[in-house]
Write a protein that binds this ligand. Structure first.
Ligand code: SF4
Length: 340
């Protein structure tokens, strides 16, 4: 593949300075790669710095207090990533002496580590020649090779993995993998708008030669997202705290905190009944407004019933939320201070 050396040289000559690139420490690379799944680089930098200050190594993460861990993840979304980090850290301590294994296959056995993350850690931290293929890399390779295969098809990912494997054996694998990621993130960007004029490998790009760069990659449509309607109660008590509860240990936002809620959009009379059942007496009129939050597979449409008032007694299973409790963005947008 004629673009490999020029691409690696471009990366070596200059790339974005990011905190997880300061050294090749496997723990830092692991944390950054997990945070970067589904989240933009700019949003991750501060989270990464705070997380590393709180949990500087695998042992500290293995012993992390769950509420503190979730609090540090608050706002990043996809909270199972944080839970899997701790589970994996415990296994690294118990089975690998506290050091992330220098083996692609062993990395794959850890919770939350799939082929992309295992490839990134193995190649960047340990110099093991194994590809790290994510959506960015699939897009770049589809364009460079002018390949119209559907990148949503797992077979295409396997093909790209096999295509890159021999190339990684000829060069520094960490550099080539990061160069592909960097090109996809900064130049060969999605949505039919690659910045070919700035591209270090434009002379080798088959899509550019064929004039297909704006229509590649091909990606089949996802199933439409389902929508759920609910009524969420943002109830502020005498001491300024909101009524909340802990979510179940499995399912969406498992183990996080939430505001009380009911299925469907309740009428004003039903809302009032609900408040009575909770033992909450509003001190003024109820404010009702709509919010929504979009997850990967589901969209929540929320009618928020907001009030300040007094609570007779704390109902069973409920608590008063404070800064220790990680409240996911889906509920945070329901608070009256949020503009949604
Ligand atoms: Fe992507 Fe354009 Fe570079 Fe080809 S020339 S790799 S389409 S940015």
């Amino acid at each position: 593949m004629d673009f490999v050396e020029p691409l690696a040289a471009w990366y070596r000559a200059g790339h974005r300075a990011l905190p997880w690139r300061e050294n090749k420490d496997a723990y830092r690379i692991w944390i950054s790669e997990i945070m970067l799944q589904q989240t933009r680089v700019a949003a991750v930098v501060d989270y990464f710095t705070r997380f590393l200050a709180a949990f500087p190594d695998v042992c500290a993460l293995a012993e992390a207090d769950d509420d503190r861990l979730m609090k540090l993840w608050e706002g990043l979304g996809y909270y199972s990533r944080a839970r899997n980090l701790k589970k994996a850290a415990r296994l690294v301590v118990s089975d690998f002496g506290g050091i992330l294994p220098a083996s692609y296959e062993q990395l794959l056995t850890l919770p939350g580590i799939g082929s992309y993350t295992a490839g990134a850690i193995a190649s960047i931290a340990y110099g093991i020649p194994v590809p790290a293929v994510d959506g960015n890399v699939l897009r770049v390779i589809a364009r460079l090779t002018n390949d119209a295969s559907d990148i949503a098809d797992p077979k295409t990912k396997e093909q790209v993995f096999r295509l890159l494997l021999p190339e990684l054996c000829k060069t520094d694998p960490g550099t080539l993998n990061q160069a592909l990621m960097e090109l996809g993130a900064t130049v060969c960007v999605p949505n039919g708008a690659p910045n070919c004029a700035l591209c270090p490998v434009r002379a080798f790009c088959r899509a550019r030669m064929a004039g297909t760069e704006a229509v590649l990659p091909v990606k089949s449509a996802k199933k439409p997202r389902k929508t759920e309607e609910k009524t969420v109660f943002a109830l502020k008590t005498q001491d300024g705290r909101f009524l909340g509860l802990r979510r179940p240990e499995t399912g969406l936002l498992a183990g996080m905190y939430q505001l009380p809620e009911a299925e469907g959009f309740l009428s004003p009379a039903q809302m009032a009944e609900h408040l009575t059942a909770l033992g909450f007496s509003p001190s003024g009129a109820l404010a009702v407004y709509d919010r929504k939050h979009v997850f990967t597979h589901v969209e929540w449409r929320m009618r928020v019933c907001c009030a300040a008032g007094t609570l007779r007694a704390l109902p069973a299973g409920l608590l008063l939320l404070d800064e220790r409790h990680a409240l996911p963005t889906a509920y945070r947008v329901c608070l009256p201070e949020s503009d949604g």
